[in-house]
Design a protein around this ligand. Structure first.
Ligand code: ADP
Length: 440
């Protein structure tokens, strides 16, 4: 039965009144009152002890102690609260179990770590893909288990817009795509996807293109050689053959350029990251390309401006950088009408180094810009037939920049011109490799 609070007070008051009345009857009202208070104190202490033992008992679901009055109601209310709490806990536990079971059933590895990389939880696929062991690895640093330096720098960078690809530390034949997300207090949720099959297909595609290009190079060189000889002796040929031989020579030269670019592209794809040891003299390189660009410009008389600090050096592969920069600068020449302006500018700031190639040419419709670096993608195929391009130039630029941790930015205004900017990170900027006395 539930009592209201004033009723508890009334009961105590009646008890005290009765005991004082009894004391009064025996001529000792004070002793009567004290006896009642003493009894009440003993009762309260007994109930408190029961409460203490119940609350600290080993079995949290145990029935509450039996009592009456205020204490009985308190026990019942606490028991109700305890039951509610247990119920909520069971429900939450069931939900956590369900989430863990479904995550466990995933084919992708899922790992949770704190901000420093201490392993907190992972699913079954993570055990298979990364070789984590449930008994020993909880609480370990993830960097002790995934030792690839690329993973460490990816984890620390905290910029997870792009995924990282690495080989599995426990099964090197597996190729994994790692994607990290931040949650809660900078904790990390790491998803490892097995992309071995895709990787192998991609590898096969690269090998195929590389091999075919190599195999085609020799017969093509022979055909081109003979065609060149025929062109040189064109006047000895019957007139109706001359035009045909000329076109054949032109097309075989185009095919040779295509094959050279394909071979270069497949080499760039396999070279991957460029070591930091090689240092390229940017001013010398741009000077060379500028000369070639002037020759290519020929009759079109473009107006060139070159702004490069003579002390500009970059950690990177000179031949790759030459391919990338010359593709951009030659494109500016190809796609800018006669008399147009072409500006080549090298600059450095807190973000890194930047090579900008801008022109006052025909420009590019913005819809094409995101796809320009795809192989053989052309903004407007009809107007490029006479430029003699292979359609691989910007794909080469993109790969060279990828190999140098850089990025290509393309800006363009239709009819006004275009600007292609190669951005390199600060770490790639190099000091001059020569000592001052080398120049004396
Ligand atoms: P291509 O051999 O056709 O020049 P690229 O890969 O070098 O191939 O360039 C891809 C396309 O980007 C070109 O076909 C052209 O449409 C466009 N493009 C590249 N550079 C410029 C530029 N400076 N001005 C206008 N369009 C350009």
């Amino acid at each position: 039965m539930h009592y209201s609070w004033p009723r508890y007070v009334r009961q105590i008051f009646i008890l005290l009144l009765v005991s004082t009345g009894l004391g009064f009857y025996f001529g000792q009202p004070l002793w009567g009152l004290l006896a009642a208070l003493g009894l009440y104190l003993c009762w309260t202490l007994t109930q408190t002890r029961k409460l203490y033992q119940w609350l600290n008992g080993p079995d949290t679901g145990q029935e509450p102690p039996q009592s009456i009055g205020l204490w009985g109601d308190l026990f019942d209310a606490l028991h109700r609260l305890q039951q509610q709490h247990l119920h909520t806990r069971d429900r939450l536990q069931a939900e956590v179990n369900r989430v863990q079971e479904s995550t466990n059933a995933m084919r992708d590895g899922v790992i949770m770590t704190d901000a420093q990389g201490v392993l907190e939880w992972w699913n079954g696929s993570a055990e298979y893909l990364l070789g984590f062991r449930r008994q020993t690895d909880r609480g370990q640093f993830i960097h002790n288990l995934i030792r690839a330096p690329a993973f460490k720098s990816y984890f620390d960078r905290a910029d997870y817009r792009e995924a990282l690809e690495i080989n599995s530390p426990s099964k090197p034949h597996l190729h994994l795509q790692i994607q990290i997300s931040l949650f809660a207090d900078n904790d990390r949720l790491i998803v490892a996807k097995d992309v071995t099959r895709l990787f192998q297909l991609e590898q096969m595609r690269r090998d195929f293109v590389g091999n075919v290009s190599h195999e085609m190079r020799t017969p093509l060189t022979v055909i081109s050689g003979y065609l060149e000889t025929l062109v040189d002796h064109a006047e000895e040929l019957p007139p109706k053959w001359r035009r045909a031989i000329h076109t054949m020579a032109q097309q075989s030269a185009r095919m040779e350029a295509l094959i050279t670019d394909l071979i270069l592209l497949s080499r760039l794809e396999t070279d991957e990251h460029i070591s930091d040891d090689a240092v390229t003299d940017i001013s010398g390189l741009i000077e060379d390309i500028h000369h070639d660009a002037q020759a290519l410009s020929g009759e079109k008389h473009h107006e060139f401006t070159v702004e490069v600090d003579p002390g500009a050096y970059l950690h990177g592969d000179e031949s790759q950088l030459r391919s990338a920069f010359s593709n951009l600068i030659f494109n500016a020449v190809k796609y800018t009408p006669a008399g147009g302006r072409i500006a080549i500018r090298w600059s450095t700031d807190r973000q890194g180094a930047h090579l900008s190639v801008s022109d006052t040419g025909m420009g590019i419709d913005p819809v094409h810009i995101p796809r320009l670096t795809e192989r053989f993608y052309r903004a407007d195929p009809s107007r490029h037939q006479d430029t003699g391009g292979t359609g691989l130039g910007l794909a080469i630029v993109k790969h060279v920049l990828l190999n140098h941790d850089g990025k290509l930015e393309i800006r363009s205004d239709m009819g006004k011109g275009s600007e292609f900017i190669c951005h390199f990170p600060r770490e790639r900027i190099a000091e001059s490799p020569y000592e001052p006395e080398d120049f004396i």
